[in-house]
Design a protein around this ligand. Structure first.
Ligand SMILES: N[C@@H](CCC(=O)N[C@@H](CS)C(=O)NCC(=O)O)C(=O)O
Length: 256
């Protein structure tokens, strides 16, 4: 097990998973906890508020997911959280590429389209399940926050053609991997590599399973993205992601 080991005020309390609601890394952590039958509460944070919360906890970075353990220590990062759950069936090489190349690219590409489209609904999706005061503040500062997010992720609309081409190359790679390995990436059973791939690709596959379905409900895909999402929908990888969700995504926790 690998985690920060920093102590917080969470001693003797239930596990608490801090998330940014639509984050695919947060979904990866949620699903692993659910899969392992680990009971936890989820605290959904608005962008910006998450920085104050993580700083107050003394975390080494602001990124989510972050799991507050019952002994008060912090486990930050989806990879570490999966380590902590002990979920078997990992493939470090595939998971590293997904975590460090594919997933940030998907995020950059989708936000480049969504943040530039005033009626995409992304602001409400980012605020779903967050506290009323956080949501009120974000609505007030949205124009500034939107620009900060564009800059922070380099999610600039003029980059979309290049980002879309790079996403297609990642899908080409995964189509090949799945063609070689069959229904499960490691062995004959659902495991960590399958969960990592499915969760990090979910924003493209759009599985209609909870909690992903309600977390992202209300998104209006702008014309800069909609045709590409439609043309990718029947690719082997994205069909596989939807099948994996339908077969294995059973939300068990009493999270939000
Ligand atoms: N490699 C990290 C990446 C996590 C990450 O980038 N999370 C994003 C949400 S998708 C985030 O928290 N961004 C805000 C920040 O870094 O302050 C993980 O697997 O947990």
């Amino acid at each position: 097990m690998q985690y920060d080991g920093r102590m917080t005020g969470n001693q003797n309390r239930r596990l608490l998973l801090l998330t940014l609601p639509p984050s695919h890394y947060c979904e990866r952590a949620r699903w692993a906890l659910d899969r392992q039958g680990i009971v936890y509460d989820e605290e959904r944070l608005a962008p910006g508020a998450h920085m104050l919360r993580t700083k107050r906890l003394g975390a080494s970075a602001t990124s989510l997911p972050l799991l507050l353990l019952g002994d008060g220590s912090i486990c930050q990062g989806s990879d570490r959280i999966l380590d902590w759950t002990g979920l078997p069936g990992g493939d470090p090489e595939i998971e590293q590429r997904l975590e460090h190349t594919t997933a940030p690219l998907i995020r950059q590409c989708l936000y480049a389209g969504l943040l530039a489209a005033p009626r995409s609904g992304i602001r409400d999706v980012l605020l779903r399940g967050t506290s009323a005061p956080q949501a009120a503040i974000v609505r007030l500062i949205w124009p500034l926050l939107r620009r900060t997010m564009v800059t922070g992720m380099n999610a600039r609309p003029h980059l979309l053609p290049e980002l879309i081409a790079r996403v297609e190359r990642e899908l080409d790679w995964l189509d090949l991997v799945l063609a070689e390995r069959g229904n499960h990436l490691v062995g004959q059973e659902f495991g960590r590599a399958d969960l990592t791939t499915a969760s990090l690709l979910a924003p493209l596959a759009l599985p209609q399973m909870e909690p992903v379905k309600s977390v992202s409900a209300g998104i209006e895909w702008p014309s800069s993205l909609a045709p590409f999402l439609a043309s990718w929908a029947e690719r082997p990888t994205l069909k596989w992601v939807r099948n994996i969700y339908a077969s294995y995504r059973v939300p068990l926790s009493n999270a939000l």
